[in-house]
Structures are given as C-alpha cells and as structure tokens.
Write a protein that binds this ligand. Structure first.
Ligand SMILES: [Zn+2]
Length: 318
C-alpha cells in the first residue's frame, strides 16, 4: 500500500507525493489520518515567510485519526483508538507519531472538530501565563486561536474578559464564547473602552493573538502598570516594540509558545486539551469553517493565504 503525503516544494507550490507506508518503531504508533488542521504556520510557509522548517518539506502537524498499528512497548494505545496527535507530516493518508504525543478523543466528537495541537497550544498559553482570579484580561485577535483562548478563559473569574478584533463577526463569536466586552479598534474608541472597563488602569493581562505587529502596539497601549503581556501568536518577521512604554509600565513579558513547555506540550498539554474537549470547554464546531480533500491542498492554501473574512480555520480530510 502507498501513502500520499503533501509536500511544500517551494513557496506557493504543493505537490502530493506517494511514499511507502511508514512503519511504527519502538514507542511509536501508525495513525490513519481522518483530518488535519491547516495551521497558520503552514500558510506563512506557503506565502514564503520564514518558519520553523525549511523547504522542500512534507508538512502539516495537526492530525486527528485512528490508530491502526502500534510499535513495540506501546501499551496505552491500541488499534481502533480515535486520537488527536502532534506529529508530522500530517497532510497525508497515514503518519507515524510518538505514542507519547497522542491523546484519545471522545467517540461523540467528529474528527474535524477534534484537532488537538492548537488546543494544546492554548492549554500551554493559560498555564504559563497564569492569570489570577479577578484580573482584567484582554485578548487581542479573535481569529481561531483567540477564540479558542476565550473558550479556555471563560469562567475563570476575571473582572473583565475583553476581546479585540477588527472583524465584527468574530467579535460576535467572542461574545458568544464568553467575552464580557468586545472592542473593534478600527471603529471603537480604545481609550474610552479602557477607561470604562478598567477604570483607566489598563489590563492586568493582555494576550497577543493577532500575529500582527499592530496587535503588539495595541497590547502596549492597553496594558496596565506591571501588567503581564503574553505573546501567543507566531510572529514570522521581526517586530518593533516601544520599550519606552514597556519600561514606564514595568510590564512582565511571557512568551506563551510551545517551546516554553518543551516536551510537556505533547505529553501533558495535549492530554489536558483532550479532556477539556470532552468536557465541552473547547468546542470547534463554529471555528472549522472550511474543509478540503488532500488532493486540494494547493487550492486550500491559496484560499487561506488570502485571509478571506469568512475563513477561520480549515481542515484537510484525506
Ligand atoms: Zn499548528
């Protein structure tokens, strides 16, 4: 049997190649992929921006599927288990992953709504940022990751949980997912909003989830004295920041990214993500807006690269 794998040949060009079936070795499992999330990192790479892998590369790292075979010394998983995983290359029919980077998913959740790697990222974000009860919290960027973060933060007992975005439909979702206030900085008066929401003190915790330098500027503006700025987004290009304001406010900076949690990202955060998905803390039904087949990967990335308003998150169904 052959395995189709999506390869990013060069910026703007995907090719579907056929390889021999991979074989799970010690501590590994073979996964039949049922859905793979299209990560914004993959879109950056497709657009020719610098990312963490070099081209050409088989890619995709957000697989969901079924275990078909386990390698030696794998006891916690068996063929037939429905799972989310962190592993690559996941734009494929099959992939091999470390058993330690796999978490079981509930039977009642469709594969495409059980994409796990971004959920693990959000679990990591909250656990390393450690917002406190009663904090005034802001989330800048209500795209896929920002909205997942709102879901995770809902009910944590904040004085405010404010969502910022320039697309009103996304702010509507943020509200539905638990934001206490929504602000569109392209039309709303941001200073007035800070005054009303935080008594002019600024936010104690600001999550930067826009991936845009203007989001870092906005964070710098709305954060309060000794506030904690949590960088969630992947910033592909160098970002200029105003250290004078960071200095005056005495802020605390947290890089809330996967590298921060190292191996725990897959071994602990992914398991927590699966549990929170089961409990309904995370719900991706309204976030997965587009689906394509593996042979449409080129079109999918072309479409997603254009950042259409109605696009929040796409998945590839092999
Ligand atoms: Zn990802």
């Amino acid at each position: 049997m052959r395995n189709r794998v999506g390869v990013l040949v060069s910026a703007g060009l995907v090719r579907i190649e056929e390889y021999d079936m991979p074989k799970p070795r010690d501590g590994e499992v073979l996964i039949r992929v049922r859905a793979t999330g299209i990560c914004s990192g993959d879109i950056y790479a497709f657009k020719g921006l610098p990312v963490w892998f070099t081209l050409p590369a088989p890619f995709g790292h957000e697989p969901v599927g079924d275990i078909v075979e386990v390698g030696p010394n794998v006891t916690a998983l068996k063929p037939g288990d429905r799972i989310m995983a962190i592993g690559s290359p996941a734009y494929a029919d099959y992939l091999v992953a470390k058993a330690s980077s796999v978490a079981k998913i509930p039977n009642n959740i469709p594969y495409e709504y059980a994409i796990g790697e971004p959920l693990a990222a959000i679990v990591n974000v909250v656990r390393v940022t450690q917002p406190r009860l009663g904090d005034y919290v802001a989330v800048i960027g209500s795209g896929y990751m920002g909205l997942l973060l709102i879901q995770a933060l809902r009910g944590m007992g904040f004085s405010e949980l404010a969502a910022f975005d320039i697309i009103d439909d996304r702010l509507k979702l943020a509200k539905e997912f638990g934001a206490t206030a929504i602000i569109n900085p392209s039309v709303d008066d941001v200073d007035k909003a800070i005054k009303e929401l935080t008594d002019g003190n600024g936010f104690n915790v600001v999550f930067e989830v826009s991936g845009n330098p203007s989001g870092v500027d906005l964070a710098t503006r709305i954060i309060g004295k000794r506030g904690r700025l949590s960088i969630v987004s992947y910033h592909s290009l160098p970002v200029q920041v105003n250290f004078r304001i960071w200095d005056a406010k005495g802020i605390d900076l947290v890089m809330a990214v996967p590298a921060r949690s190292g191996d725990e990202y897959a071994t602990i955060d992914l398991k927590i993500a699966a549990r929170l998905l089961e409990r309904g803390v995370f719900n991706q039904e309204k976030l997965i807006t587009h689906k394509w087949r593996l042979n449409e990967l080129q079109e999918a990335l072309e479409y997603a690269s254009k950042k259409p308003r109605e696009y929040i998150k796409g998945v590839i169904i092999p």
